[in-house]
Structures are given as structure tokens and as C-alpha cells.
Ligand binder design. Sequence first.
Ligand SMILES: Cc1cc2nc3c(=O)[nH]c(=O)nc-3n(C[C@H](O)[C@H](O)[C@H](O)COP(=O)(O)OP(=O)(O)OC[C@H]3O[C@@H](n4cnc5c(N)ncnc54)[C@H](O)[C@@H]3O)c2cc1C
Length: 505
Amino acid sequence: MDDRPYDLLVIGGGINGAGIARDAAGRGLSVLLVERDDLAAHTSSQSTKLIHGGLRYLEYYEFRLVAESLAEREVLLQAAPHLVEPLAFVLPHEPHLRPAWMIRAGLFLYDRLGGKMTLPKSFGVRLAGSRWGAGLKQGFRRGFVYADARVDDARLVIINAVDAQALGARVRVRTRLVRARRVEGVWRATLQTDDGKSEEVVARALVNAGGPWVKDVLNSVTTEPMQANVRHVKGSHIVVPQVHAEAHAYILQNADNRIVFVIPYEERYSLIGTTDVPVDEYQHPGIADDEIDYLLDLVNGYLERRLGRADIVWTYSGVRPLFDDGSQDPSAVTRDYVLKIDAEYGPPGRAPVLSIFGGKITTYRKLAEQALADLAPFFPGMKPAWTRGAPLPGGEMPRDRNAFFARLCAQYPGMPADLLRALARRHGNVATRLLGDAKTPADLGPNFGAQLTAREVDHFVVNEWARTADDVLWRRTKCGLSMSADERARVAEYVAVRVGAGVHQ
Ligand SMILES: Cc1cc2nc3c(=O)[nH]c(=O)nc-3n(C[C@H](O)[C@H](O)[C@H](O)COP(=O)(O)OP(=O)(O)OC[C@H]3O[C@@H](n4cnc5c(N)ncnc54)[C@H](O)[C@@H]3O)c2cc1C
């Protein structure tokens, strides 16, 4: 029984729940975050992994969203340079799909809408015979290059939760909100852990960050049927061995007006996606055969080396919980977010519930600020916004990753460069805390493969809420991609022993 009354009970440990928990804890609120699975187990680890303005949203006149996203791109590049990295995108010119003037006009806006930027401005390039056309068919002669950024989406969630906890929030995984009722001006919420135990907690306000389950969560806290609607649009990705050795990504146009990205991924792979498939209610989002065909057909129209099903090494799919703005076309439904606060009990009443519809990884920090601005009337003593300019855990390092990596190599000359690179990318400056006084790889315990050591797995279990092999292999890292089945099984055994020993939080 947790008999402490909390200010905020946040339901959902995706990027939005974790971001709100962090922001609220830093403003002095007492916060409990509950996630029924693992942190980032759903949409927030299944994205295209871009911190971007969204060039294509300009076609839908989403200027507010694009401007805010571009400005946030700049904020996140500073706050978490280990996880958010600039990336050049090449758009091969296809005059019959979009004329050059239209693309130039879009890029002109894209370069400017976010205000002052540190990333380079867009420019035109020759593709044939140049590195900008690497891996493409010879027929593509000209293109455009613009800057955006990519992110390790799952790790971004985790470091937000880590920071929330450091600021006093309590984070509980494998804990589901079953129901909540208003009793005498506060929420009494029933939680259930994955071993079947139930308990009740008290909170002054609820944040419903249930992602695709936002409606289900709201239905479990009110007796009124929910009015606002959420649209579920599935998006799938395939991962193949890298299609070219250059550092840039491609943004490829399709005749159906959609675009698909081909992004360098985890050093040796290319990530290809995504699709837009409306689904009625939330279903297990595995990739369908026709989505694979769609992605392969599209990229094979551009790539020199034909890709087939046998090239696919991994797939994943997620469901976008979009706010229903009435659009017919699933690609056109707004990617902007809408926050709804239960008005019936709004100020001067008590026990509000704030629900989140839509949004992007890119805008999570602004969304959290907006959520807390909406909740401010209920917490008059709450401190002001603070997250803009505040580094995330691991992010106190130079923005130039190479400089940081060189420093780490100098500090740990007995460690292989690949291992240090993997740690630097995942942990930023927390890597030095993790390495401590280790001098050689042997000091880090068994190496399970793909540069994953027992020391790092312990860190995930003790400090980052990992409970299963999947938590480690597919969310805290992507080592699962490069490991054999035997190696993955060894990780599973090790995690089970450590969790069994009770070292986890
Ligand atoms: C295919 C695809 C591509 C995308 N690409 C990008 C991109 O490149 N860039 C970008 O910025 N955005 C992108 N997005 C959007 C972005 O991923 C989502 O907007 C974001 O991850 C939503 O986060 P969330 O926290 O709202 O939801 P989620 O990450 O789904 O988190 C909700 C959590 O709530 C938990 N939960 C639900 N019910 C309960 C309960 N009763 N008790 C406890 N916990 C509960 C769930 O287990 C879940 O973990 C993409 C989305 C998709 C699907």
C-alpha cells in the first residue's frame, strides 16, 4: 500500500508520460508514473526515429506544427547530443511528382520556420556520379539536400524517466492503472502489478498518456463515455543490410503522394519506412504482407541493387494515436497534439484528468510544458517551466560526438574502440560513470556479443528498470539485431538471474 498522496499520477511510460513526469517533478510536484509494460514498449520505440520538422506536413499547411518541431529539434540536439544526431536527407528530384519550384519553396520555408538554426541550410545537388546519389539507379540526375535529425527513440524515453526519478518522481513499470474514481476531491486509483497484486494510490490530478490506449484509460477513470476521438493509424518499418555506405538518408516520393525514408541505422543497416494503414481499434501491430510489398516496391523504384524479402533482417510496427480531425486520408490526419482536460471538474473544481491525443516524439517537451500550463490552476505553488536548455542525463557532453568519443578513448586506452563507441552513443557522459575504474574489457564481466557486457546489463537492471531480455536487447539497446539466438538466450539467462537477485528497482 502506497499511502502517500501524489500531486500527479501519470499513466503511460511512453515519451509523453516520461516527459511530463520529468517536467512536473522538476517543478516541485510529487509524481508517480505507472507503465503497465516496459518504458517505451509501444509507440515510442516504434517510430521512424526522426527529430524533424516534417517537410511533408507543409503540404497540409501545418505551419505551426512544423515551426514548433524545427525549434524543438534545436533544443533536443543540445539537450541530448548522444541520442539526437544531425542527419542529411537527399530528396531525388522527380519532376512528374513534385515540380522543382515547389520543392525549393518548401525547403526555403523549412530552413527558416524554426527560427535560428545550427544545422546547415538546404541546397541542390547532382546525384549521378556523386556521393549524394550513392546506391541509387543511374537515372536520378538531380536532387535536394536538407538537414534534420535522428534519435534513439526508446532511450530518449528512458533518460526522461531517469531524470524524473532523479528529481523525486517515482517510476513503476509493469504496473497498470485498472480504474480510478474521484472521492472527495482527489483521485483514488487502483493499480495492478504484473504478478497480480493490487493496491490503491491517491493523487490530486491524473495525466492520461496512454498513447493508442488513451480512450481505454479515460474509460477506466470516468463513468461518462468518452467524446473526443482518436484515430489509430499503423506504420511499419523494415530493416535491411545497408543500401549504401554514405552517411545520408533518402526521402523517396511515391506516386500516391506519400514519402518513405531510407535511413542509415545501427552502423550496418538501413531503416526503411513507413506505411500509413488505418486500423479500427488498437490491434497487435505486426507488419502485413502488403506493407512489405509496398515498401519494397517503392524503394526498388529508386535503388540500384534490388531488395527482396530475403534481405529483411527485422521489422517493427507501431500505431499512431492521432487526434481525429476528420481527414479522409490517413496520411493527412494531423500529427499535431491536442490536450483535453476534464472540464466538468475544471478550476475552481478539483481532481482533473488531462488526456493527450496525437503528438510526435519531436514535440514531447513542448507538449509536457503545455500539459503543465493546463494543470497550473490546480497547483498554484508550482514552479515555472524549466526544461528548455536543461541537459538530459548523459547529455552534458560536447555536441561534437567525435570530440567526446576521442576523449573517452584517451581516458580508457585499454578498451576496444567499438565498445567505447557503443557506450558513448547509448549513455553519453554517463558512460564514464558506467565504466568507472575498469581498465580492460575483462573488468566489465562477460561480453554477450554486439559489445554488450554484464556491467552494462547490470546498469540497465539497476538504474533503468530493465526486467527482461527484450527490455535490454530491443529498447535500452538494439543489440538484439546483431546477436545470434544463443547470444540472446545468454542475455535472457543473465537478466533473469539479476532480476531474481532483486537488484532491480
Ligand atoms: C510508425 C510511426 C512512425 C513515427 N515516426 C515518428 C518520427 O519519426 N518522429 C516523431 O517525432 N514522431 C514519430 N511518430 C510519433 C511518435 O512515435 C508518437 O507520437 C509517440 O511515440 C507517442 O508517445 P506516447 O507516449 O503518447 O504513446 P506510447 O509510446 O504508446 O506510450 C503509451 C504507454 O501507455 C501505456 N499504458 C496504456 N494503458 C495503460 C494503463 N492502463 N496503465 C499503465 N500504462 C498504460 C502503454 O503500455 C504505453 O507504453 C511515429 C509514430 C509511428 C507509429
